[in-house]
Ligand binder design. Structure first.
Ligand code: G4P
Length: 288
């Protein structure tokens, strides 16, 4: 889903989520495990502060497992519960009810002490576009349902999706805007496909990606494209262009006159990265 975010849209998105929060017990904040910080909405802490929250590191199948563990520790150190999932394959999804119940332990215990039977935990998924909200809702629903995030009359006509006997999920996720004002976050979002390439030029995104990959995943890059003499870091844009050129030559991305087709090479590199063909990679670390 492509959304143009203007100040009016942001205000409306915030208001819609605040309305939905009245209906639920717990927020599932969905992040892309490859870019956990850059895929966070800058105001999510403030917007969801009235409810307990579980940070879900999604697309873990594409992320570097070591980095995912570090990110989980990082969020925990900030007082946020985390859980790692792959909404596509369903890995980790069946634990969601228990994770949510852990967050609501005291409330549930109070209900039990009063002799009440605890009702299913009600949850809302929030996140920026492309983090996997619809995929997770469909996975929990066990079928494909049309996900519409931005309906008028917010809380009207919404359905609860039942997952087992213990979890109920609103069928409309809270869609939040990504970080716009941080250029590096913009490159990371573009690299994963969360921002379309008409916003940032694909060659620039590819050069950014190459810099990160050379520094952190050099052997995988070398092996995938049969590169020789790859440096251990790329000090500037020119150095990144040279690596892109080598990949283009190796992959036959050549235009008439024998020159490398940079756009085609960049597209190939990003496709390989996004599909996991380069291996499981994370584009930002908590220390940074
Ligand atoms: P959204 O509602 O938050 O906007 O995201 P959506 O579920 O549409 O998911 C965006 C893309 O991410 C989809 O790919 C989806 O299959 C993929 N995806 C979601 N969760 C996971 C996961 O855990 N692992 C992997 N590998 N992929 C996941 P797509 O249909 O190809 O869309 P696009 O990438 O072409 O936009």
């Amino acid at each position: 889903m492509t959304i143009q975010w203007f100040p009016g849209h942001m205000t409306r998105a915030k208001r819609q989520i605040e309305e939905k929060l009245k209906l639920i017990d717990v927020v599932f904040e969905l992040l892309d495990a490859r870019i956990p910080q850059s895929s966070r909405n800058p105001m999510v802490d403030e917007i969801t502060s009235s409810k307990p929250r579980l940070v879900l590191l999604n697309k873990a199948d594409l992320a570097d497992p070591k980095q995912t563990a570090e990110w989980s520790d990082y969020f925990r150190s900030k007082g946020l519960a985390t859980h790692t999932i792959d909404a596509n394959a369903g890995t980790g999804v069946k634990d969601l009810a228990n994770k949510a119940k852990e967050l609501l332990q005291e409330k549930i215990q109070r209900q039990i002490d009063k002799g009440m039977k605890p009702r299913p935990v009600r949850a809302l998924i929030v996140g920026i576009p492309n983090v996997g909200k619809s995929t997770l809702i469909n996975r929990l629903a066990g079928r494909n349902i049309a996900i519409t995030g931005d309906r008028p009359g917010v809380t009207k006509g919404q359905q609860w999706i039942r997952f087992g006997g213990e979890l109920e999920l609103l069928d409309t996720p809270g869609i939040l805007w990504p970080k716009f004002d941080d250029p590096i976050a913009g490159f990371r979002l573009a690299a994963t496909g969360a921002i379309k390439e008409d916003v940032i030029h694909i060659d620039e995104v590819a050069c950014f990606v190459l810099k990160v990959l050379v520094e952190n995943y050099g052997p995988a890059l070398k092996e995938r494209y049969g590169l020789e003499g790859l440096p251990s870091e790329l000090p500037d844009m020119q150095a990144a262009i040279e690596v892109l050129e080598s990949i283009g030559k190796r992959r036959g991305c050549i235009v008439s006159g024998g020159h490398v087709d940079y756009d085609k090479t960049a597209t190939l590199l990003l496709r390989d990265l996004r599909s996991g063909k380069l291996g499981r990679m994370t584009l930002e670390s908590p220390e940074a």
